[in-house]
Design a protein around this ligand. Structure first.
Ligand code: 5AD
Ligand code: SF4
Length: 439
């Protein structure tokens, strides 16, 4: 029997959905009367884990190892360890055996955390990796205070089964939350201080409720007073409905930014990845999106070194990047994940070859990001201030195109400041407030 924890910390790794889940877990435990503190002082530490690539998973076990070492020194004060997120889902009981943690809870079961913590305090390690039919969301407390930009999960899971990806196994099948529940949560977030909401889903543009699609939801949220900006991520090219493209033309609060992963530029590789789109269908889709919203900033995800990828096929990824001109992107070395079809394919690419390809790709993507930033110099736009910058009197915010923007002046977090973008770096842009320009 241990003393039930009075304080807790949550550490989230991986994607934005994990950040969202981490916030909801924190709200849940705060609702149980526990206080949120730094990890070093907490009676309970929740590691909200990522399984997407091998490195992310390894990090979990090295973190647990470090915490277990710390806890030897703390004796009776040793913190309870809970593993949440996608590693919890994938490894389940195995983590309790391998790492002797107290609680293991999957991404669809974390509303049960208070019960699991109580069981663990009573002396039994407790594991819950169920994917219940009833959604966890109904069992979670209302949103509390949030910053100017907030995440809102509207859809979870994936039915696409790309051959490299664990998400269909760790997050389960595609499930959409109901329209009314999302609108209520969006209003609560705005009441709690949010000025921008990013709608989240592993396939967010597959969101649906009856006959409604994501664009209907966006048009509804656009009417919430006080909500200045709407974003959504991550989208799949095949779910990019015309209604959503039209929303980019019509809805002013829908920001001109789209994260639309393509992964590779060769049709043979795309087929082996089971991507169900081609290079050409992707490029034609971008043409339609740009016709609706000419200034849209595009972002993507790329994998280099998928099994069997030849130099010529990799060159097709580079030429696709040249053709698109991404404003930003994420790129990764292929990581074989246990249980996925691609892990068993022949032709696994040596590490040095992947590293070299990744470097060439990142050079090209970095060049394009810098070029995008340079092309934005001279534009006027609003910046949503998110935090203070490193220098005295400096603020950091985001442009409509999701660029990090630095500006000075008398502002506050959550302000929308009209600026002119004046100077571009590779990773950020400097802006001057319009009032200051006029003065
Ligand atoms: N190896 C490398 N990158 C991967 N991703 C997903 N699975 C893997 C894997 N096994 C990348 C994809 C995806 C992003 C979230 O992570 O690019 O879009
Ligand atoms: Fe990691 Fe993907 Fe799970 Fe997010 S959904 S935590 S990126 S494995």
């Amino acid at each position: 029997m241990k003393t039930p924890p009075k304080t807790f910390a949550v550490k989230s790794f991986g994607c934005q959905m994990n950040v969202y889940d981490g916030e909801r877990m924190a709200e849940l435990m705060a609702g149980e009367g526990m206080a949120q503190v730094d990890a070093a002082d907490a009676d309970l530490v929740v590691l909200n884990t990522c399984h997407i690539r091998e490195k992310a998973t390894e990090k979990v076990f090295s973190d647990i190892g470090r915490m277990r070492k710390d806890r030897r020194g703390r004796g009776a004060q040793a913190p309870m360890i809970a593993i949440a997120g996608c590693v919890a889902q994938a490894e389940g009981e195995e983590i309790v055996r391998r790492a002797k943690v107290d609680v293991v809870v999957g991404p669809q079961a974390y509303h049960n955390l208070p019960r699991l913590i109580a069981d663990a305090a009573a002396g039994t390690a407790s594991v819950d990796t169920d994917m219940p039919v009833a959604s966890k969301f109904g069992a979670l407390p209302a949103r509390r205070k949030v910053g100017p930009t907030a995440f809102l999960t509207v859809q979870e899971g994936c039915d696409k089964f790309c051959t490299y990806c664990v998400v269909p196994y760790t997050r389960g099948a595609e499930v959409s939350r109901p329209f009314a529940a999302i609108v209520d949560e969006a209003k609560a977030l705005v009441d709690a201080g949010a000025r921008e909401i990013t709608l989240l889903g592993q396939n967010v543009n597959a969101w649906t409720d009856g006959t409604k699609g994501l664009h209907d939801l966006i048009r509804m949220l656009d009417r919430i007073p006080g909500l200045a900006r709407i974003r959504y991520t991550t989208s799949h090219p095949n779910d990019m409905a015309q209604g959503l493209i039209d929303a980019h033309r019509d809805v002013e609060s829908l920001m001109p930014f789209l994260h639309l992963p393509v992964q590779a530029g060769s049709d043979r590789v795309l087929k082996a990845m089971n991507r169900s789109h081609t290079r050409d269908s992707y490029l034609r889709l971008l043409d339609r999106i740009r016709a609706a919203r000419p200034d849209i900033a595009l972002s993507g995800d790329f994998i280099v070194g998928f099994p069997g990828e030849t130099e010529a096929e990799f060159a097709e990824t580079l030429s696709l990047v040249d053709a698109v001109g991404y404003a930003q992107a994420f790129s990764f070395k292929y990581s074989p994940r246990p249980g996925t079809p691609a892990a068993d394919l022949g032709g696994q690419i040596p590490e040095e070859v992947m590293a070299e390809r990744l470097q060439r790709l990142q050079t090209a993507l970095g060049r394009d990001q810098h070029a995008f930033n340079q092309a934005s110099v001279g534009r006027s736009c609003d910046i949503l201030i998110e935090r203070r910058g490193k220098l005295q009197g400096q603020w950091l915010g985001k442009s409509p195109w999701l660029q990090s923007v630095l500006l000075s002046g008398d502002h506050a977090i959550g302000d929308l400041v009209t600026v002119e973008l004046t100077q571009a770096g590779p990773n950020s842009v400097i802006a001057v407030p319009k009032m200051a320009v006029a003065a």
